[in-house]
Ligand binder design. Sequence first.
Ligand code: ASP
Length: 356
Amino acid sequence: MITRRDCLLSPAALAAASTAAASGPAPVVISSANGLRACTRAMELLKTGADTLDAVIAGVNIVEEDPEDVTVGYGGLPNEDGVVELDASVAHGPTRRCAAVAGLRNIKTPSKVAQRVMEQTDHIMLVGEGALRFARAHGFKEENLLTEKARLAWMVWKQSLRDASGHNNWAPGLWAPSAAALKSRFPQVDEATLAWAWQVAVHPPTGTINCLSLNAKGEMSGVTTTSGLAWKIPGRAGDSPIIGAGLYLDQDVGAAGSTGRGEENIRIAGAHTIVENMRHGMSPKEAVLDALKRIERNYNGNRDLLAKFDINFYALRRDGQHAGGRLWSGPHASYAVNDGGASRLEPCVCLLQKRG
Ligand code: ASP
């Protein structure tokens, strides 16, 4: 249990914070585990003196434009209609501004559109058709974001569905769906891709990239960008575009972001909760653990229900201390860090241990 006493900064942490305040912190970029390349790119830019937000956006653009990351930008898994809808938010510490877009179609880099909303409008969030029209007006190129791989997975998902009598209009006849039967329906697709498509059809994946930066002047920025939950209802916005849930930053304290099941995060305003925890003296690790405990509490600790999802938090304090946290332990419980050298994965602190 974290007591009030534990929450106060230790003498060592206080000394580190005041040294950092006097000489400037060491620059650092952290992100979700899919952001090794993003961290490297952002750090390269920080070293050239680039703005902290420009740096993290350039970093996540790599992932947004990568068709192989099926949870972000181009190539993201679509909604239930087969349309890719993207959410993103940005926060800029030095100017204390932020903005977001939700349900944006046809634009590969929603993070850049969110940045444009922040810089060019008096609004914080644009959604759906309005966000697309805004992007168009600002010269963003419209493209089909649905790759063949994502279309296949969507089609497999549609064929995996059944009504109460076991029927599905999208599948031939009355036979039960199975991964094995898929081969005859998609003969041109290799086995590995079919196995992957079946996996994501029956276990809709979460993904997303969150990236947070701190430069030597102590300036901070953050971005979160995603294609959201696979097969979502058109118009569903997750936590990523919600300032305070998928991303929050207070230049005086630090920044936090999240990936994973957005609905659980929104219910505890996770990123804001973490920043406020750090403001009141918790370390980044304690702050993310506290947020995870609030999610656990929402289910009265029921492991069977909690086992149905996972969620990650990332925290970067203004003195450069950072942490990643995940609800469940496991091989994916890591986050990416770059503090000037090569980007690396560091282990997350996990609230719950998987049985077996
Ligand atoms: N948090 C994102 C959402 O709920 C998805 C994810 O991170 O996988 O939209």
